[in-house]
Design a protein around this ligand. Structure first.
Ligand code: GUN
Ligand code: FE
Length: 442
Protein backbone atom coordinates (compact mmCIF):
# COMPACT_ATOMS: atom_id res chain seq x y z
CA UNK A 1 0.00 0.00 0.00
CA UNK A 2 1.17 3.56 -0.82
CA UNK A 3 2.56 5.63 2.03
CA UNK A 4 0.79 8.93 1.70
CA UNK A 5 2.37 12.31 2.29
CA UNK A 6 -0.80 13.47 4.00
CA UNK A 7 -4.35 12.23 4.42
CA UNK A 8 -7.07 14.78 5.20
CA UNK A 9 -10.18 13.60 6.98
CA UNK A 10 -13.18 15.89 6.77
CA UNK A 11 -15.86 17.46 4.60
CA UNK A 12 -14.83 18.55 1.14
CA UNK A 13 -16.41 21.21 -1.07
CA UNK A 14 -15.40 21.01 -4.71
CA UNK A 15 -16.97 21.85 -8.06
CA UNK A 16 -17.28 19.61 -11.06
CA UNK A 17 -19.89 21.66 -12.91
CA UNK A 18 -20.65 25.37 -13.34
CA UNK A 19 -24.09 24.96 -11.78
CA UNK A 20 -23.41 23.21 -8.50
CA UNK A 21 -20.63 22.82 -5.97
CA UNK A 22 -20.47 19.37 -4.37
CA UNK A 23 -20.50 19.08 -0.60
CA UNK A 24 -19.23 15.71 0.55
CA UNK A 25 -19.05 14.98 4.28
CA UNK A 26 -16.69 12.49 5.86
CA UNK A 27 -14.03 11.76 3.29
CA UNK A 28 -10.38 10.87 3.26
CA UNK A 29 -8.35 12.86 0.72
CA UNK A 30 -5.13 10.89 0.21
CA UNK A 31 -2.16 12.82 -1.18
CA UNK A 32 0.80 10.87 -2.54
CA UNK A 33 4.47 11.80 -2.23
CA UNK A 34 4.39 13.78 -5.50
CA UNK A 35 1.61 16.02 -4.16
CA UNK A 36 -1.13 14.45 -6.27
CA UNK A 37 -4.48 13.36 -4.86
CA UNK A 38 -4.38 9.59 -5.23
CA UNK A 39 -7.80 8.76 -3.83
CA UNK A 40 -10.80 10.41 -2.27
CA UNK A 41 -12.43 7.80 -0.06
CA UNK A 42 -15.96 8.16 1.26
CA UNK A 43 -17.05 6.88 4.65
CA UNK A 44 -19.10 4.12 3.04
CA UNK A 45 -15.99 2.68 1.38
CA UNK A 46 -14.71 -0.51 3.02
CA UNK A 47 -11.15 0.88 2.86
CA UNK A 48 -11.98 3.96 4.91
CA UNK A 49 -11.04 2.71 8.37
CA UNK A 50 -7.97 0.85 7.18
CA UNK A 51 -6.51 3.83 5.27
CA UNK A 52 -7.34 6.14 8.16
CA UNK A 53 -5.68 3.86 10.71
CA UNK A 54 -2.54 3.49 8.57
CA UNK A 55 -2.27 7.26 8.16
CA UNK A 56 -2.80 7.71 11.89
CA UNK A 57 -0.07 5.19 12.68
CA UNK A 58 2.49 6.88 10.50
CA UNK A 59 1.55 10.42 11.53
CA UNK A 60 0.17 11.58 8.18
CA UNK A 61 -3.50 11.92 9.17
CA UNK A 62 -4.84 15.47 9.40
CA UNK A 63 -8.34 15.75 10.79
CA UNK A 64 -10.10 18.88 9.58
CA UNK A 65 -11.72 20.42 12.68
CA UNK A 66 -15.51 20.45 13.08
CA UNK A 67 -16.92 23.56 11.38
CA UNK A 68 -13.98 23.74 8.96
CA UNK A 69 -13.91 22.48 5.39
CA UNK A 70 -11.42 21.32 2.78
CA UNK A 71 -11.67 23.37 -0.42
CA UNK A 72 -9.49 23.61 -3.53
CA UNK A 73 -7.09 26.55 -3.53
CA UNK A 74 -8.00 29.39 -5.86
CA UNK A 75 -6.43 30.54 -9.09
CA UNK A 76 -6.06 34.29 -9.53
CA UNK A 77 -5.88 34.85 -13.29
CA UNK A 78 -4.87 38.50 -13.27
CA UNK A 79 -2.47 40.19 -10.87
CA UNK A 80 -0.24 43.18 -11.56
CA UNK A 81 2.48 42.40 -9.04
CA UNK A 82 4.19 45.83 -9.10
CA UNK A 83 0.88 47.56 -8.37
CA UNK A 84 0.55 46.01 -4.91
CA UNK A 85 1.77 49.18 -3.11
CA UNK A 86 -1.21 51.11 -4.50
CA UNK A 87 -3.92 48.49 -3.88
CA UNK A 88 -6.87 50.48 -2.54
CA UNK A 89 -5.39 53.80 -3.59
CA UNK A 90 -5.66 56.03 -6.60
CA UNK A 91 -8.90 54.71 -8.05
CA UNK A 92 -10.34 58.09 -8.97
CA UNK A 93 -9.55 58.25 -12.68
CA UNK A 94 -10.55 56.37 -15.82
CA UNK A 95 -8.18 53.67 -17.08
CA UNK A 96 -5.95 55.62 -19.43
CA UNK A 97 -5.50 58.54 -17.04
CA UNK A 98 -4.98 56.14 -14.13
CA UNK A 99 -2.17 54.41 -16.02
CA UNK A 100 -0.36 57.64 -16.80
CA UNK A 101 -0.96 59.42 -13.51
CA UNK A 102 -0.33 56.67 -10.98
CA UNK A 103 0.52 53.31 -12.42
CA UNK A 104 3.38 53.85 -14.83
CA UNK A 105 5.28 55.98 -12.26
CA UNK A 106 4.83 53.21 -9.66
CA UNK A 107 5.83 50.37 -11.97
CA UNK A 108 8.93 52.28 -13.10
CA UNK A 109 10.26 52.00 -9.52
CA UNK A 110 10.81 48.27 -9.94
CA UNK A 111 14.16 48.96 -11.54
CA UNK A 112 15.16 49.00 -7.89
CA UNK A 113 15.54 45.32 -7.04
CA UNK A 114 15.49 45.81 -3.27
CA UNK A 115 12.16 47.57 -3.56
CA UNK A 116 10.90 44.77 -5.82
CA UNK A 117 11.91 42.14 -3.30
CA UNK A 118 10.17 43.84 -0.42
CA UNK A 119 6.93 44.39 -2.33
CA UNK A 120 6.84 40.94 -3.91
CA UNK A 121 7.47 39.14 -0.61
CA UNK A 122 4.53 40.97 0.90
CA UNK A 123 2.27 40.31 -2.09
CA UNK A 124 2.89 36.58 -2.47
CA UNK A 125 2.46 35.99 1.28
CA UNK A 126 -0.80 37.93 1.21
CA UNK A 127 -2.15 35.99 -1.75
CA UNK A 128 -1.33 32.65 -0.15
CA UNK A 129 -2.98 33.79 3.09
CA UNK A 130 -6.10 34.51 1.04
CA UNK A 131 -6.21 30.99 -0.39
CA UNK A 132 -4.67 31.76 -3.79
CA UNK A 133 -2.50 28.77 -4.66
CA UNK A 134 -1.91 29.72 -8.31
CA UNK A 135 -1.18 33.22 -9.59
CA UNK A 136 -1.00 34.52 -13.14
CA UNK A 137 1.12 37.65 -12.83
CA UNK A 138 2.01 40.66 -14.91
CA UNK A 139 5.41 41.84 -13.72
CA UNK A 140 6.90 45.12 -14.86
CA UNK A 141 9.10 45.77 -17.90
CA UNK A 142 12.17 44.89 -15.78
CA UNK A 143 13.37 41.35 -16.43
CA UNK A 144 15.46 41.12 -13.26
CA UNK A 145 12.70 42.34 -10.97
CA UNK A 146 10.37 39.78 -12.55
CA UNK A 147 12.88 37.05 -11.82
CA UNK A 148 12.87 38.15 -8.19
CA UNK A 149 9.11 37.64 -8.16
CA UNK A 150 9.61 34.16 -9.62
CA UNK A 151 12.21 33.28 -6.98
CA UNK A 152 9.87 34.45 -4.21
CA UNK A 153 6.97 32.37 -5.57
CA UNK A 154 9.33 29.37 -5.69
CA UNK A 155 10.54 29.99 -2.12
CA UNK A 156 7.06 30.51 -0.70
CA UNK A 157 5.60 27.61 -2.69
CA UNK A 158 3.01 29.29 -4.86
CA UNK A 159 2.28 27.98 -8.35
CA UNK A 160 3.17 30.94 -10.55
CA UNK A 161 2.80 32.07 -14.15
CA UNK A 162 4.75 35.27 -14.68
CA UNK A 163 5.20 37.65 -17.59
CA UNK A 164 7.70 40.34 -18.37
CA UNK A 165 5.50 43.20 -19.54
CA UNK A 166 6.24 44.33 -23.09
CA UNK A 167 5.32 47.94 -23.94
CA UNK A 168 7.18 49.93 -26.54
CA UNK A 169 4.70 52.18 -28.31
CA UNK A 170 6.09 55.67 -27.81
CA UNK A 171 2.68 57.27 -28.40
CA UNK A 172 1.04 55.43 -25.52
CA UNK A 173 3.81 54.93 -22.98
CA UNK A 174 5.97 57.47 -21.12
CA UNK A 175 9.68 57.78 -21.92
CA UNK A 176 10.63 56.88 -18.34
CA UNK A 177 8.77 53.57 -18.49
CA UNK A 178 8.83 51.51 -21.65
CA UNK A 179 10.99 49.06 -23.55
CA UNK A 180 13.65 50.98 -25.46
CA UNK A 181 12.61 49.53 -28.80
CA UNK A 182 10.76 46.61 -30.29
CA UNK A 183 14.01 44.63 -30.49
CA UNK A 184 14.66 45.34 -26.82
CA UNK A 185 11.14 44.24 -25.86
CA UNK A 186 11.56 40.96 -27.71
CA UNK A 187 15.12 40.32 -26.58
CA UNK A 188 14.27 40.95 -22.95
CA UNK A 189 11.19 38.76 -23.24
CA UNK A 190 13.33 35.95 -24.60
CA UNK A 191 15.96 36.46 -21.89
CA UNK A 192 13.20 36.33 -19.31
CA UNK A 193 11.83 33.10 -20.77
CA UNK A 194 15.25 31.43 -20.70
CA UNK A 195 16.02 32.58 -17.17
CA UNK A 196 12.62 31.41 -15.95
CA UNK A 197 13.09 28.02 -17.53
CA UNK A 198 16.46 27.60 -15.85
CA UNK A 199 15.09 28.81 -12.51
CA UNK A 200 12.34 26.27 -12.88
CA UNK A 201 14.88 23.55 -13.51
CA UNK A 202 17.05 24.62 -10.60
CA UNK A 203 14.25 24.93 -8.04
CA UNK A 204 11.81 22.33 -9.43
CA UNK A 205 9.15 24.90 -8.54
CA UNK A 206 5.93 25.42 -10.47
CA UNK A 207 7.09 28.37 -12.55
CA UNK A 208 5.97 29.18 -16.09
CA UNK A 209 6.97 32.21 -18.16
CA UNK A 210 4.12 33.98 -19.95
CA UNK A 211 4.19 36.13 -23.08
CA UNK A 212 2.82 39.50 -21.92
CA UNK A 213 2.02 42.35 -24.27
CA UNK A 214 0.59 44.92 -21.84
CA UNK A 215 -2.32 45.60 -24.19
CA UNK A 216 -2.72 46.53 -27.83
CA UNK A 217 -2.36 50.30 -27.32
CA UNK A 218 1.01 50.07 -25.59
CA UNK A 219 2.72 47.85 -28.18
CA UNK A 220 3.94 48.43 -31.71
CA UNK A 221 2.86 46.02 -34.43
CA UNK A 222 6.41 44.65 -34.62
CA UNK A 223 6.34 43.80 -30.94
CA UNK A 224 2.92 42.16 -31.13
CA UNK A 225 4.11 40.10 -34.08
CA UNK A 226 7.38 39.10 -32.40
CA UNK A 227 5.59 38.15 -29.17
CA UNK A 228 3.19 35.94 -31.11
CA UNK A 229 6.22 34.21 -32.62
CA UNK A 230 7.86 33.74 -29.21
CA UNK A 231 4.64 32.24 -27.82
CA UNK A 232 4.74 29.72 -30.61
CA UNK A 233 8.50 29.05 -30.46
CA UNK A 234 8.44 28.23 -26.75
CA UNK A 235 4.83 26.97 -26.63
CA UNK A 236 3.97 29.36 -23.81
CA UNK A 237 0.81 30.92 -22.40
CA UNK A 238 -0.06 34.48 -23.40
CA UNK A 239 -1.73 37.14 -21.27
CA UNK A 240 -2.91 40.63 -22.04
CA UNK A 241 -5.94 42.88 -21.63
CA UNK A 242 -8.76 42.68 -24.14
CA UNK A 243 -11.69 45.09 -24.56
CA UNK A 244 -11.37 46.14 -20.93
CA UNK A 245 -13.01 49.54 -21.32
CA UNK A 246 -14.77 51.63 -23.95
CA UNK A 247 -11.51 53.51 -24.50
CA UNK A 248 -9.42 50.38 -25.07
CA UNK A 249 -12.09 48.83 -27.26
CA UNK A 250 -12.32 51.98 -29.42
CA UNK A 251 -8.54 52.19 -29.76
CA UNK A 252 -8.44 48.93 -31.72
CA UNK A 253 -11.37 49.95 -33.90
CA UNK A 254 -9.79 53.35 -34.62
CA UNK A 255 -6.27 52.10 -35.33
CA UNK A 256 -6.93 48.71 -36.94
CA UNK A 257 -10.59 48.82 -38.00
CA UNK A 258 -10.86 45.57 -36.08
CA UNK A 259 -12.01 44.62 -32.62
CA UNK A 260 -9.38 44.24 -29.90
CA UNK A 261 -9.83 40.45 -29.95
CA UNK A 262 -9.36 40.37 -33.72
CA UNK A 263 -6.15 42.40 -33.43
CA UNK A 264 -4.75 39.98 -30.85
CA UNK A 265 -5.76 37.09 -33.08
CA UNK A 266 -4.12 38.70 -36.13
CA UNK A 267 -0.81 38.69 -34.26
CA UNK A 268 -1.27 35.07 -33.13
CA UNK A 269 -1.71 36.10 -29.52
CA UNK A 270 -5.26 34.79 -29.04
CA UNK A 271 -4.10 31.21 -28.64
CA UNK A 272 -5.47 28.18 -26.86
CA UNK A 273 -3.12 29.10 -24.00
CA UNK A 274 -4.16 32.75 -23.87
CA UNK A 275 -5.80 34.35 -20.84
CA UNK A 276 -7.17 37.78 -21.63
CA UNK A 277 -8.24 40.07 -18.83
CA UNK A 278 -11.60 41.79 -18.49
CA UNK A 279 -13.51 41.56 -21.79
CA UNK A 280 -16.34 43.79 -20.58
CA UNK A 281 -16.87 45.17 -24.09
CA UNK A 282 -16.63 41.90 -26.01
CA UNK A 283 -19.31 41.43 -28.66
CA UNK A 284 -20.97 38.08 -29.33
CA UNK A 285 -18.68 37.68 -32.35
CA UNK A 286 -15.62 38.28 -30.14
CA UNK A 287 -16.84 35.65 -27.68
CA UNK A 288 -17.24 33.27 -30.60
CA UNK A 289 -13.65 33.99 -31.61
CA UNK A 290 -12.48 33.20 -28.06
CA UNK A 291 -14.50 30.01 -28.17
CA UNK A 292 -13.16 29.01 -31.58
CA UNK A 293 -9.55 29.65 -30.49
CA UNK A 294 -10.04 28.07 -27.02
CA UNK A 295 -8.79 31.27 -25.36
CA UNK A 296 -9.82 32.11 -21.81
CA UNK A 297 -11.05 35.23 -20.01
CA UNK A 298 -9.96 36.53 -16.61
CA UNK A 299 -13.08 38.14 -15.13
CA UNK A 300 -12.06 40.90 -12.72
CA UNK A 301 -15.31 42.23 -11.29
CA UNK A 302 -13.93 44.66 -8.72
CA UNK A 303 -11.63 46.32 -11.23
CA UNK A 304 -14.42 46.42 -13.81
CA UNK A 305 -16.53 48.52 -11.44
CA UNK A 306 -13.85 51.21 -11.72
CA UNK A 307 -12.51 50.88 -15.25
CA UNK A 308 -14.69 48.46 -17.22
CA UNK A 309 -17.58 50.79 -18.13
CA UNK A 310 -19.71 47.66 -18.00
CA UNK A 311 -20.06 44.21 -16.47
CA UNK A 312 -18.50 41.23 -18.24
CA UNK A 313 -21.13 38.78 -19.52
CA UNK A 314 -19.99 35.61 -17.81
CA UNK A 315 -23.11 33.56 -18.56
CA UNK A 316 -22.99 34.47 -22.24
CA UNK A 317 -19.30 33.47 -22.42
CA UNK A 318 -20.06 30.23 -20.59
CA UNK A 319 -22.95 29.48 -22.93
CA UNK A 320 -20.53 29.84 -25.84
CA UNK A 321 -18.01 27.48 -24.20
CA UNK A 322 -15.48 30.17 -23.37
CA UNK A 323 -13.43 29.33 -20.30
CA UNK A 324 -13.72 32.02 -17.63
CA UNK A 325 -11.85 32.34 -14.33
CA UNK A 326 -11.50 35.13 -11.78
CA UNK A 327 -8.81 37.76 -11.32
CA UNK A 328 -8.20 40.37 -8.66
CA UNK A 329 -6.45 42.72 -11.13
CA UNK A 330 -4.44 44.19 -8.29
CA UNK A 331 -4.46 47.20 -8.24
CA UNK A 332 -7.27 48.05 -10.65
CA UNK A 333 -9.05 45.84 -8.14
CA UNK A 334 -8.15 46.82 -4.58
CA UNK A 335 -8.54 43.42 -2.94
CA UNK A 336 -6.07 40.52 -2.95
CA UNK A 337 -8.93 38.15 -2.13
CA UNK A 338 -10.64 35.89 -4.64
CA UNK A 339 -13.46 35.54 -2.08
CA UNK A 340 -14.02 39.28 -2.33
CA UNK A 341 -14.06 38.94 -6.11
CA UNK A 342 -16.54 36.06 -6.00
CA UNK A 343 -18.86 38.29 -3.96
CA UNK A 344 -18.47 41.20 -6.36
CA UNK A 345 -19.05 39.04 -9.40
CA UNK A 346 -22.39 37.94 -7.95
CA UNK A 347 -23.37 41.52 -7.11
CA UNK A 348 -22.29 42.89 -10.48
CA UNK A 349 -24.18 40.15 -12.30
CA UNK A 350 -27.38 41.17 -10.52
CA UNK A 351 -26.87 44.74 -11.67
CA UNK A 352 -26.24 43.55 -15.23
CA UNK A 353 -29.50 41.63 -15.14
CA UNK A 354 -31.36 44.60 -13.69
CA UNK A 355 -30.04 46.85 -16.43
CA UNK A 356 -31.63 44.68 -19.08
CA UNK A 357 -29.38 41.70 -19.82
CA UNK A 358 -31.41 38.50 -19.53
CA UNK A 359 -29.99 35.51 -17.66
CA UNK A 360 -27.00 37.45 -16.35
CA UNK A 361 -27.26 36.42 -12.70
CA UNK A 362 -24.49 34.36 -11.16
CA UNK A 363 -24.89 32.18 -8.09
CA UNK A 364 -22.39 31.35 -5.35
CA UNK A 365 -21.96 27.96 -7.02
CA UNK A 366 -21.20 29.58 -10.39
CA UNK A 367 -18.50 31.89 -9.07
CA UNK A 368 -16.89 29.18 -6.94
CA UNK A 369 -16.55 27.17 -10.15
CA UNK A 370 -14.85 30.16 -11.82
CA UNK A 371 -12.42 30.58 -8.92
CA UNK A 372 -11.42 26.93 -8.93
CA UNK A 373 -12.17 24.95 -12.11
CA UNK A 374 -12.36 27.97 -14.44
CA UNK A 375 -8.94 29.27 -13.46
CA UNK A 376 -7.38 25.82 -13.69
CA UNK A 377 -8.87 25.20 -17.13
CA UNK A 378 -7.63 28.58 -18.37
CA UNK A 379 -4.06 27.62 -17.44
CA UNK A 380 -4.41 23.93 -18.33
CA UNK A 381 -3.26 22.73 -14.94
CA UNK A 382 -4.62 19.77 -12.94
CA UNK A 383 -5.80 21.77 -9.91
CA UNK A 384 -9.07 23.26 -8.70
CA UNK A 385 -10.87 20.03 -7.81
CA UNK A 386 -10.54 17.59 -4.95
CA UNK A 387 -10.46 14.50 -7.03
CA UNK A 388 -8.09 11.67 -7.89
CA UNK A 389 -5.37 12.78 -10.31
CA UNK A 390 -5.50 16.46 -9.34
CA UNK A 391 -2.72 18.26 -7.47
CA UNK A 392 -3.37 18.79 -3.77
CA UNK A 393 -3.68 22.59 -3.91
CA UNK A 394 -6.04 23.05 -1.01
CA UNK A 395 -7.31 25.40 1.68
CA UNK A 396 -8.86 24.61 5.03
CA UNK A 397 -11.50 27.19 5.78
CA UNK A 398 -13.45 27.75 8.96
CA UNK A 399 -17.14 28.66 8.89
CA UNK A 400 -17.10 31.35 11.55
CA UNK A 401 -20.87 31.10 12.12
CA UNK A 402 -21.00 27.32 12.44
CA UNK A 403 -22.06 27.41 16.08
CA UNK A 404 -24.63 30.13 15.55
CA UNK A 405 -26.68 29.39 12.47
CA UNK A 406 -28.20 26.33 10.89
CA UNK A 407 -25.94 24.02 8.97
CA UNK A 408 -27.51 22.68 5.82
CA UNK A 409 -24.73 22.03 3.28
CA UNK A 410 -25.87 24.80 0.90
CA UNK A 411 -26.05 27.27 3.78
CA UNK A 412 -22.54 26.44 4.91
CA UNK A 413 -21.27 26.74 1.35
CA UNK A 414 -22.87 30.13 0.70
CA UNK A 415 -21.67 31.46 4.07
CA UNK A 416 -18.14 30.42 3.15
CA UNK A 417 -18.38 32.25 -0.18
CA UNK A 418 -19.79 35.41 1.40
CA UNK A 419 -18.06 35.58 4.78
CA UNK A 420 -14.61 34.05 4.49
CA UNK A 421 -11.84 36.45 5.50
CA UNK A 422 -8.20 35.61 5.59
CA UNK A 423 -8.54 34.99 9.35
CA UNK A 424 -10.82 32.05 8.54
CA UNK A 425 -8.35 30.47 6.11
CA UNK A 426 -6.50 28.21 8.50
CA UNK A 427 -4.14 26.33 6.22
CA UNK A 428 -3.15 26.47 2.57
CA UNK A 429 -1.38 23.69 0.67
CA UNK A 430 0.26 23.51 -2.75
CA UNK A 431 0.97 20.00 -4.02
CA UNK A 432 0.26 18.72 -0.51
CA UNK A 433 2.89 21.01 1.02
CA UNK A 434 1.83 23.47 3.71
CA UNK A 435 2.52 26.98 2.38
CA UNK A 436 0.49 29.06 4.82
CA UNK A 437 -0.85 28.53 8.30
CA UNK A 438 -2.96 30.85 10.40
CA UNK A 439 -3.18 29.65 13.98
CA UNK A 440 -5.22 32.71 15.08
CA UNK A 441 -6.58 32.87 18.62
CA UNK A 442 -9.16 30.05 18.29
N1 GUN B 1 -4.49 48.04 -19.33
C1 GUN B 1 -3.20 48.26 -19.55
N2 GUN B 1 -2.49 48.23 -18.41
C2 GUN B 1 -3.36 47.98 -17.44
C3 GUN B 1 -3.23 47.82 -16.04
O1 GUN B 1 -2.17 47.92 -15.45
N3 GUN B 1 -4.38 47.54 -15.37
C4 GUN B 1 -5.57 47.43 -15.99
N4 GUN B 1 -6.64 47.15 -15.27
N5 GUN B 1 -5.71 47.60 -17.29
C5 GUN B 1 -4.63 47.87 -18.01
FE1 FE C 1 -5.02 44.50 -15.54
Amino acid sequence: MITYQIVFEGTIISSATFDKADFTPETLTCVDQSGTIDRVISAADTDYQRVKQTAKNNGSLYQVPKGSYLLPGFTDLHIHAPQWPQAGLALDKPLNEWLNTYTFPLESKFKDLDFAKKVYQSLVKELLANGTTTGLYFGSVHTDANLILARICADLGQRAFIGKVAMDNKDQTPDYYRDDSSEAALQETERFIKEMLSLQKETQANLTPVITPRFVPSCTDETLLGLGQLAQKYDLPVQSHCSESIWEDSYAIDCFQMTDAQVLDKFNLLTDKAVMAHGTQLRDSDLDLFSHNHSAIAHCPISNAYFGNSVMRVNEANKRNVTVGLGTDISGGFSPSIYRNMQQSIMSSQMLEDSGTDNARLSADNVFYLATVGGAKALHIPVGQIKSGFKADLQIVQDQYFDVFSNEPQEIFERLVYHTNKENIKQVYVSGKLVHENRGEE
